[in-house]
Design a protein around this ligand. Structure first.
Ligand SMILES: Cc1cc2nc3c(=O)[nH]c(=O)nc-3n(C[C@H](O)[C@H](O)[C@H](O)COP(=O)(O)OP(=O)(O)OC[C@H]3O[C@@H](n4cnc5c(N)ncnc54)[C@H](O)[C@@H]3O)c2cc1C
Length: 429
């Protein structure tokens, strides 16, 4: 059956044989065992931000019913059900003066994000979000409920910390929270006419900033919608994003650090200021409305002014590239530190991450979008590390991107964990 699952990315027409929405871990166990007995695959589905293909047949297991957040204020931790989005967690823990290390879009599911490593707009200051996972409850492909942690099922636990496609359904995670109440940040939006000055200067500036400065730059074709602020509506803009946690520096110092960007040109919109930690979604201001998009990502070893000019030449305001957004995130800082325990995170050795989102126009998906993304990939090739961050692999990446994302030692661990916990290959992704 072709069915419209309640997911963010509408580009993929999922056709599962059945859709289940369990409300307890025991119901997940029953679903996995029934799928295994029937020789069906079972696909865990979160908020559907990260699917790179359509589900064909089998069982789609929606996790949205597993939506409980339990806070332990004394331990500064939270147990989060698999169906939770970051927004629910952020709101639940904020009264305790705590915040999770969330991604750019609070509407994204916590589990899918964590399974890929979890790159936060505060990552340079605090590391990968998986660094904060204490344990996870998993229903394995054999239908057993296990708790994975450093002490229990350590290899499965390691696979969960960045291995992305895991041999089970994660039903809940326990994570450490940050005692962060405010940060300095937001966005600077510049006109297309200033694109070269802004992007080349940001490239130089971002390479030198200290680790408490988190930043990214995006070329965005803003839709002409009422939900878009009037000065940006229907325009091509360069969006510089900033987040400086104020437990590390004062607001005045943070403002001084970003002053060179503010004086580059006259911004169309400047939203920089002191924000509550719960306002992290305002930094990227990612779309929340479901839409059909194709995506691709790559890791970069560098992004210098020459790379910025090349990018503008193939996808800048003078071109007709059907791309809604091209984003370059500065990595490094604590994201580059060696892990304190074994994990499967990818991206520590890259200086920047590149992510491309197509225009939400399915008629362009067959030819125009792949051609534009291919042209961009070719232009960026001299700066590409050759690696891929699993959370930013999309339908427009080569099929080999997932296969080659992990170094051989980690890939071997992921294979062996799959053979142990899902020998019949029941869990599909
Ligand atoms: C607008 C936008 C902004 C984003 N920003 C960031 C960001 O800042 N940082 C970052 O790291 N990533 C980011 N991402 C990527 C995002 O983290 C991934 O797409 C992630 O997979 C989304 O999780 P989800 O809940 O939507 O999972 P889904 O898209 O539903 O699933 C993705 C994969 O995870 C598996 N999965 C989901 N839930 C479970 C479960 N409970 N047990 C086992 N497997 C499961 C699915 O089977 C599937 O293979 C962003 C994506 C979008 C669209």
């Amino acid at each position: 059956m072709s069915t419209t699952l309640p997911v963010f990315n509408l580009a993929h027409q999922h056709r599962p044989d059945e859709v289940l929405e369990p409300r307890t871990s025991a119901e997940v166990v029953r679903a996995v065992r029934a799928a295994a007995a029937a020789g069906r695959r079972l696909h865990p589905v979160g908020t559907g931000h990260g699917w790179t293909h359509a589900i064909e047949g089998g069982t789609a297991l929606l996790t949205c019913g597993l939506d409980t957040v339990t806070i332990d204020g004394e331990r500064s931790s939270a147990r989060i059900g698999a169906g939770c989005r970051f927004q629910e967690v952020i709101v639940a823990v904020a009264p305790h003066g705590l915040t999770p290390l969330a991604g750019s879009a609070p509407a994204v599911g916590v589990i899918g994000f964590l399974l890929g490593g979890g790159l936060s707009p505060l990552g340079r200051s605090y590391g990968w979000a998986t660094d904060y996972v204490r344990s996870a409850e998993v229903v394995t492909g054999t239908g057993e409920i296990v708790t994975a942690s450093e002490a229990e099922h350590p290899e499965l636990f390691r696979a969960l910390l960045g291995g992305k496609h895991v041999p089970g359904v994660v039903t809940a995670v326990e994570i450490d929270l940050l005692p962060l109440s405010t940060f300095y940040g937001g966005g600077l939006f510049f006109d297309a006419g200033d694109a070269e000055t802004v992007l080349t200067t940001w490239a130089t500036w971002s390479a030198q900033v200290p680790e408490h400065v988190n930043t990214s730059a995006a070329l965005v074709r803003m839709p002409d919608l009422d939900s878009v602020p009037v000065p940006l509506r229907g325009r091509f803009v360069v969006h510089l994003r900033i987040a400086v946690p104020l437990d590390l520096v004062g607001a005045d110092e943070a403002a001084t650090l970003v002053a060179p960007l503010r004086s580059l040109a006259s911004p169309l919109l400047d939203t920089l200021g002191v924000l509550p930690a719960s306002g992290i979604g305002a930094v990227h201001a990612d779309p929340v409305r479901p839409m059909p998009v194709l995506e691709a990502g790559a890791l970069l070893r560098d992004f210098d002014p020459t790379a910025a000019r090349k990018m503008l030449a193939v996808a800048g305001p003078q071109t007709a590239a059907p791309l809604a957004m091209i984003e370059v995130r500065r990595l490094g800082g604590r994201l580059a530190e060696p892990p304190k325990r074994p994990d499967a995170v990818v991206g520590r050795d890259a200086a920047y991450g590149l992510f491309v989102v197509s225009a939400p126009v399915p008629e362009l998906f067959a030819d125009a979008v792949p051609a534009a993304v291919g042209g961009l990939a070719k232009a960026m090739a001299p700066w590409a590390s050759g690696g891929f961050q699993p959370n930013f692999v999309g339908a427009l990446n080569q099929p080999s991107a997932f296969a080659t994302a992990w170094p051989e030692e980690t890939a071997g661990l992921l294979r062996s964990v799959r053979e142990t916990y899902d020998p019949a290959d029941v869990i599909g992704h």
